[in-house]
Design a binder for this molecule. Sequence first.
Ligand code: UDX
Length: 448
Amino acid sequence: MKVCVIGTGYVGLVTGICLAEIGHDVVCVDKDKDKIDTLLAGRCPIFEEGLEELISGNIERKTIAFTTDLAGAIKSQEIIFICVGTPPLPNGKPDLTALDAVSKLIGQSINGYKIIVNKSTVPIGTAKRLKKIIKENLRDDNNSHEFDIVSNPEFLKEGEAVNDAFFPERIVVGSESSRAIELMKNLYKPLIEQNFAYAKNNKNKKDKIPVIITDSTSSELIKYASNSFLATKISFINEIANICERVGANILDVTHGMGLDSRIGSKFMKAGIGWGGSCFPKDVRALAFTAEEYGAEANILTSAIQVNNYQRYKIVQKAMDVLGIIEDKTIAVLGIAFKPNTDDTREAPSITVINKFLELGADVRAYDPVVKSCPPEMDSKVTITPDAYRAAEGADLLVIVTEWKEFLHIDYTKIKELMKSPCIIDGRNILDKKTMAGLGFNYRGIGV
Ligand code: UDX
């Protein structure tokens, strides 16, 4: 089928590649010419394992094309995916400027039956909004052309995006049109049946992917409710970790004991510095906002956000406990990305924690295996070091913020020698408390 994907961010690029790999003719569009040029050269503008090879492979096979010509791509393709950003506004509401602009142009460019599929995480009711904008912008000469709207949320995790796209746990299709639903099932047939070339001999291949057919509003809510549930699960376990610290229990044993109950499960149960990234913070806030707008209570969501904010502050509090006064102390921070295997720093806990340390007068050195420059929201007084040892040199305290695998293999004996005082706050519980104490560190984890 002929597919157009608008937006080449995480969601758009991975969606485009996935659809090309399963046998469709894909055109990816972005208004950022530099990004398109990078992609045309077969390079990936984001750090995502396995994506670059797939991009160059599909360019070679001519199954994917990249362009800035949106109107042209809408005209030539039959299924139009919208994957543009919906970043949060200061009040927590998603900014729909990009989505509205794209819908307008779709309306103006439609030249035959099209399915408009929205993959961006959008407020409840956006499918209806899209329909209205497109209708209002249909040109006189093409007013008779039909189109249908589909909500098809994306559940990919950064760092595992390729795998999540090819071997998803479910595909959700929300639409009021049975014609569009049938075409979507056809589009995803190779994925549903897991019989495309990339899946062959892949250890992650599944037997069959479940498809949930529903109305567009329920589909939109499935996305928000899923992310909010996962974020709440983490906030819950972080609250239990804080209780552990007070009563003298160990969160690692507590989560192990809880997680073996299949109704609870062991995933998304890692206590730590809290959640960040481009999705959880934005989506939980947006759902709480929607609830308020529609007069529903969102007490659990509001609490999950509060617990998450507190969790970052707790790291600063622990630093104060260890150091007494933060002013003029040297603090080494390991990890800037919001989680491992990504260069994404959006709403990363490192930003809050580092900015607070700097505000309190500390000298902060930070190291990340992938993030090599100061993120825009981070105070530029921070020094980014080329390795962990350089960050630790002369430091009074070392704080682990992101659980990069590399941090497990650091020579902590050498780190201890380099530091002024051997104190570690492990915001992700990646190190073993006894081992670290054995090495002579004053070690503090979260709930251990
Ligand atoms: C998330 C959802 O998982 C994905 O389905 C959705 O499409 C987008 O949002 P992502 O933001 O890439 O994906 O990261 P994820 O791996 O889910 O982690 C989110 C945050 O939770 C990170 O800050 C991570 O550090 C934190 N986390 C995760 C924990 O603190 N503890 C855990 O046990 C798991």
